[in-house]
Design a protein around this ligand. Structure first.
Ligand code: SF4
Length: 243
């Protein structure tokens, strides 16, 4: 778990607001999934590790060819670091990522019989797999509800008034304590997709937002807000230590 935040009892109206937000996300997309392409736990771990500071689209483009030749830890290990680099050279930090993918493949082969250990502790012990990557993997495979906080989740959580945390860990802990339990395993995807396509960084599409009437930030972006004036954009929040 992320660093716990002091337990805060939410007022019934706030509980109802938050429940309604996730009710609506659920009504729009009952089973949201990652946009990263993968075949099994191994290719998921690799895809998520490659996606740090890269778009899912760029990762999918690279892994389409990579997974055709190296779909398992054994095949990845045989490919080797120099063999892997040409497949992922279009992705940021590719040299470090290549080193990590080969190192984690070696550990999976030598210590786990080629299987991915699906516990948080074992995942986070793999090279290049931090807390966020482990959370995405465990949540995507429905093993453990987790809300990995990337730049999209961080932004949307603040705009929707779900968190005031200054770090991803703090935001994650707040979300985990506030999102109604039935929605916990899907909240990460809803928030990420909402941030990617609707509540975008520069000009959020509040006019077409399904939760606009529940959002305390809407008036900051919509033209002709409460004062009738065109609202200015709020100050950008900085993520203190986003992975
Ligand atoms: S109303 Fe606007 S700021 Fe609020 S969540 Fe929707 S898109 Fe984001």
């Amino acid at each position: 778990m992320a660093r716990p935040v002091p337990a805060k009892r939410l007022k019934p109206a706030e509980q109802a607001r938050i429940a309604e937000i996730f009710d609506r996300f659920s009504a729009l997309s009952d089973d949201p999934r990652t946009e990263l392409d993968y075949r099994d736990p191994f290719t998921l771990v690799v895809a998520v590790a490659l996606s740090a500071q890269a778009t899912d689209k760029s990762v999918n483009k690279a892994t389409e060819k990579l997974f055709a030749v190296a779909p398992s830890p054994q095949a990845m290990l045989a490919l080797g670091e120099e063999g892997l680099i040409p497949y992922i050279a279009s992705i940021g930090l590719f040299r470090t990522k290549a080193k990590n993918v080969i190192a984690l493949s070696r550990i999976l082969v030598e210590q786990y019989g080629g299987e991915v250990p699906l516990t948080r502790e074992a995942l986070q012990a793999l090279p290049g797999v931090g807390r966020k990557t482990a959370s995405v993997v465990l949540n995507e495979l429905r093993i453990e509800p987790a809300i990995a906080v990337d730049t999209h989740v961080f932004r949307v959580a603040h705009r929707l008034g779900l968190s005031t945390g200054k770090t991803p860990d703090h935001v994650e802990a707040e979300l985990m304590s506030k999102v109604p339990e039935p929605y916990l395993s899907r909240a990460h995807h809803w928030l990420i997709l909402h941030g990617r396509y609707t509540c975008v960084a520069r000009r959020p599409k509040c006019e077409e937002c399904p939760v606009a009437d529940l959002c305390p930030s809407r008036h900051l972006f919509l033209a002709g807000g409460p004062s009738g004036a065109v609202a200015s954009r709020p100050r950008r929040r900085k993520i203190a230590s986003a992975a």
